[in-house]
Write a protein that binds this ligand. Structure first.
Ligand SMILES: NC(=O)c1ccc[n+]([C@@H]2O[C@H](COP(=O)([O-])OP(=O)(O)OC[C@H]3O[C@@H](n4cnc5c(N)ncnc54)[C@H](OP(=O)(O)O)[C@@H]3O)[C@@H](O)[C@H]2O)c1
Length: 283
């Protein structure tokens, strides 16, 4: 029987990331927060960044409360900064602050992002551009800044991009499908371009994960996604974080350019999008 508690527990060796610095965009909530918690538990110095100060404040309070008794220097290993990944100037200031405080960046998790359900025929130019800018351009802007200023000069680093279940398109959210497919292709290009410097670039493609980001989706979409997932359940933010931490860790030193699907088999079977019946009687 599935041991849900075990699936949520941190499965990695204590101290695995001791001395390393991990930057998690969108680290104040959901999958990003679960990653930040796991990296902190594993000894890393952790930076979380997103647009809203209140989300970061709540995350810091939570991250400092967990395991506080056994880990007294945790506050010194945590930095939270407001940064909009669509704005290269803000990203520059973020990287300035991280390098000033911690002197290096070993791991980058490009997790910040968002989208909304909308049939493509009803999608405005503004809506399309907004999702592309957030989920594709923003990911590149952060990656470029961190790689050129920290990882490539240090000749080491691990980047993990969070995409989505787009291997068969993303009907109903075409904008994010296009953006995430772009990130997966970018992952492959950068894996090759930066292999000379031992900067590894990988991606995880989550299926439907129970997290704060799901609040905006209609409940029937969530229920339908359970029906259409071979494992007949949603994933957890911790299960997604485990995959991200694995790709960032020494266990994956020979893994680069990979896209790891965390979806209970959903991308292999079943679709959320209902195909309308033909109205012309042809079959
Ligand atoms: N949950 C799922 O089923 C699922 C499936 C596939 C992919 N994903 C993707 O996985 C990532 C994490 O998802 P989640 O479920 O944990 O959702 P979430 O809680 O909404 O997390 C998204 C985070 O990104 C931040 N963010 C959004 N736009 C940003 C921007 N322009 N600059 C900086 N930060 C920004 C948000 O914080 P602020 O509002 O403070 O900026 C938020 O903390 C997202 O990219 C999401 O699209 C999720």
């Amino acid at each position: 029987m599935l041991d849900v508690a075990a699936a949520k527990r941190n499965p990695f060796a204590p101290g695995l990331f001791a001395g390393q610095v991990a930057l998690v965009t969108g680290g104040g909530t959901g999958i990003g927060l679960a990653c930040a918690r796991e990296f902190l538990q594993l000894g890393a110095k952790v930076v979380i960044a997103s647009r809203k100060q209140e989300k970061l404040d709540a995350a810091v309070a939570e991250l400092l409360a967990v395991d506080a008794g056994v880990d007294s220097n945790r506050a010194e290993r945590l930095l939270a900064r407001v940064c909009d990944i669509r704005e290269p100037e803000q990203i520059k200031l973020l990287v300035d602050a991280v390098l000033e405080k911690f002197g290096r960046i070993d791991v980058l998790v490009n997790n910040a992002g968002g989208q909304f359900p909308m049939p493509a025929s009803e999608l405005s130019t503004r809506g399309f551009d907004a999702v592309i800018r957030n989920n594709l351009s923003g990911t590149f802007y952060v990656t470029r800044e961190v790689a050129t200023r920290a990882m490539l000069p240090a000749k080491q680093g691990a980047i993990v991009n969070v995409t989505a279940m787009v291997s068969r398109g993303f009907p109903g959210m075409m904008h994010t499908g296009a953006a995430r497919a772009g990130v997966e292709n970018m992952t492959q290009s950068l894996a090759v371009e930066w292999a000379y410097a031992d900067v590894r670039v990988n991606a995880v493609a989550p299926g439907i994960i129970r997290s704060s980001g799901m609040d905006q989706y209609p409940p029937e979409l969530v229920a339908g996604s359970v029906t259409r997932t071979p494992q007949k359940r949603l994933g957890s933010v911790e299960e997604t974080a485990h995959a991200i931490v694995y790709l960032a860790s020494p266990a994956a030193l020979f893994v680069t350019g990979a896209v790891l699907r965390i979806d209970g088999g959903a991308s292999l079977w079943g679709d959320l999008w209902e195909i309308p019946e033909r109205e012309d009687g042809v079959n």
